[in-house]
Design a protein around this ligand. Structure first.
Ligand code: BEZ
Length: 223
């Protein structure tokens, strides 16, 4: 693939940074992101275009999982550079054909204002539409995890759900999570910071590989 240089479009917000605020027209009306985000996690995701097959499967999957996300205090918001009229027609069409109602807000980002702020335009892939991005934003409006997928590969809903559970679990229990972690698996206790803490590990009741790799159950709590 030929590489392109577009400095203006390649500003990428990073993990740990404050999510850029914005005002936007959406399928539920005009909204200010910082107000939508207030007291909630938000998953902000972009798709290349309405009325396209992969995007239809993806946004239908988000719609089908709305109860799961609500149960985890998480709001959804989609985005593409299509018009609000196009979004409404697409949502109506999908509902008519499949019964699935994509009634979370979808941003009509015709100006690419939001897409540029979030580094969703990757000109080497396509300069006129957003790639498939997913931003996990916590209630303090901090970006916690980012996924980018190309135009021709759909995202994995199981991994999106697992990532959200994992982020919320690390916050709740002050742990890290190992490779392929799934809810119910053991978590990693943060490594010791002092010699005293390191020595304490000799007596640990948790599963210990060495002083820097100790795993523990999460006490049957929801995780
Ligand atoms: C799709 O959603 O099917 C799609 C959209 C843009 C480019 C390629 C595929």
């Amino acid at each position: 693939m030929e590489q392109t240089e577009h400095a203006e479009l390649s500003v990428m917000p990073r993990i740990g940074e404050k999510a850029p605020d914005f005002n936007a027209d959406t399928t539920i009306g005009h909204l200010k992101f910082s107000e939508y985000n207030k007291d909630h996690w938000v998953i902000l995701f972009s798709h290349p275009a309405d009325f396209t097959p992969v995007c239809t499967t993806e946004l239908s999957a988000f719609a089908n999982e709305q109860e799961f996300f609500k149960g985890r205090n998480t709001k959804l918001i989609g985005l593409s550079v299509d018009s609000n009229h196009s979004h409404l027609a697409w949502v109506h069409n999908v509902k008519e054909k499949t019964g699935i109602y994509m009634d979370f807000p979808i941003i009509a980002d015709l100006s690419m204002n939001v897409a540029k702020k979030y580094g969703m335009i990757h000109p080497g892939e396509d300069s006129t539409s957003a790639v498939r991005a997913v931003f996990f934003i916590d209630p303090k409006r901090v970006i916690r995890l980012i996924m980018y997928y190309p135009l021709n590969v759909g995202r994995n809903m199981a991994e999106i759900k697992r990532s959200l559970i994992a982020l919320q679990t690390t916050d709740e229990h002050d742990v890290a999570l190992p490779v392929n972690w799934e809810p119910g698996d053991k978590a990693i206790v943060p490594p010791p910071k002092t010699l005293e803490e390191m020595d304490e590990r000799d007596q640990t009741k948790f599963e210990k590989v060495d002083f820097y790799l100790v795993k523990r159950d999460l006490d049957g709590k929801k995780a």
